[in-house]
Design a protein around this ligand. Sequence first.
Ligand code: ADP
Ligand code: MG
Length: 456
Amino acid sequence: MKNDTWGRVKEQLLESVGRSNYANWIEPLELRKVDNGVAVFSVPTSFMANWVSRNFADTILTHLKAANAPASRVEFKVEPHQSQTVTPVDTAPVAHEPTPVTVQETPAADLPGAPLDPRFTFDNFVVGKPNELAHAAARRVAEGGPVTFNPLFLYGGVGLGKTHLMHAIAHEIRVRDPKLRVLYLSAEQFMYRFVQALRDRQMIDFKQIFRSVDVLMVDDVQFIAGKDSTQEEFFHTFNALVDQNKQIIISADRAPGEIQGLEDRIKSRLQCGLVVDLHPTDYELRLGILQTKAEGYRAQYPDLKFADGVLEFLAHRISTNVRVLEGALMRLFAFASLVGREITLDLTQECLSDILKASERKVTVEEIQRKVSEHYAIRLSDMIGPKRVRSIARPRQVAMYLAKHMTTRSLPEIGRRFGGRDHTTVMHGVRRIEELKATDSQIADDLEMLRRTLEA
Ligand code: ADP
Ligand code: MG
């Protein structure tokens, strides 16, 4: 590929990513070569390599292909560019969860915020026990009025709705009072802006912008842990806004006190307001979310037939996080419409086998021992202890058999969990149950029953 092809592609990229993204992320790329289908770009810092590959790689590739460049992959190599001096502050790349696709809205004035996802509204947020407190707090803040708790600190595991709630707050505030300056960005973006301001000697502007907002929302604040100068600046921004009685909303993947590498004074500042957590989803919430999303899909694919029980099955089986749940449903509808089949349990299992497998519940040997003891009404201590009477030895063997088949533990590991028994004892027990299973229907029924309760 010639460099003028890249020149043309860049012009198109300018259109598709917008001027500011272009200036920050595309302009500094230098095309080195296209080799074996790989377009190799050099970038000045690893931070940038990371960012560009995460956020713009697909777009760049699409445009390259459209320009008939022989590229099927893009790569970003870090090579300090002559023309740029970068202050080496906190630029370590960090593993990142996939960010949802966002659609650009009209940006608020000239604030350096991130675009808001138009789908992340309160209307689209399904409330259940695990998130009702966080939702109520978010609503309260979005209603405006006197600042009662500052900051609002939302925390919880991946995919539980933190970003969704933050965007919802921002949407709501903008609707209620378009004059308010609402700035939403991730802690990572905050850091990037800060580094950029240092590099360009624009710290005064930086401070002015961040101190002039009415509402500041910083997502995934755990990102700045261990990044000392960014933390320092964040702390000053934070204090300046609190002093002016401006609302601050922060999210993180854990409670303030548990973020390692975060300065104590920041931790205590973050704890000053209202700290609420989003709990892992429960079955009812997952089902509610699935029903809401499925309605949308049914409108989108009016011809598709949808069997009863599918949503319940998914809510039951996929308990990791909402993002995975959503992805599963989207794939299911897309697949069904593609092959023109009714969405049944069979189709679901076929289409989502990988997701279902990945979120299979991990059963522990201890759980097996507990359930089996309950089932045969023996003491857990006897299960592990030395007694050899049949009424205890048989359940013990059943538990060993299940441990062998339902966990990834090796025979010696299982033996150890049964009061330090030898692996040959475990093997013997497993074999014995295998034999019995074929001849004794009571044992076969017990095994089936136990397996089902353990998988539930
Ligand atoms: P987090 O920021 O906590 O990692 P997100 O806010 O990005 O999670 O949520 C992941 C996905 O799950 C998003 O698409 C979001 O819309 C969806 N989601 C999470 N919780 C809910 C909910 N209660 N109702 C509807 N959608 C939800
Ligand atoms: Mg998030």
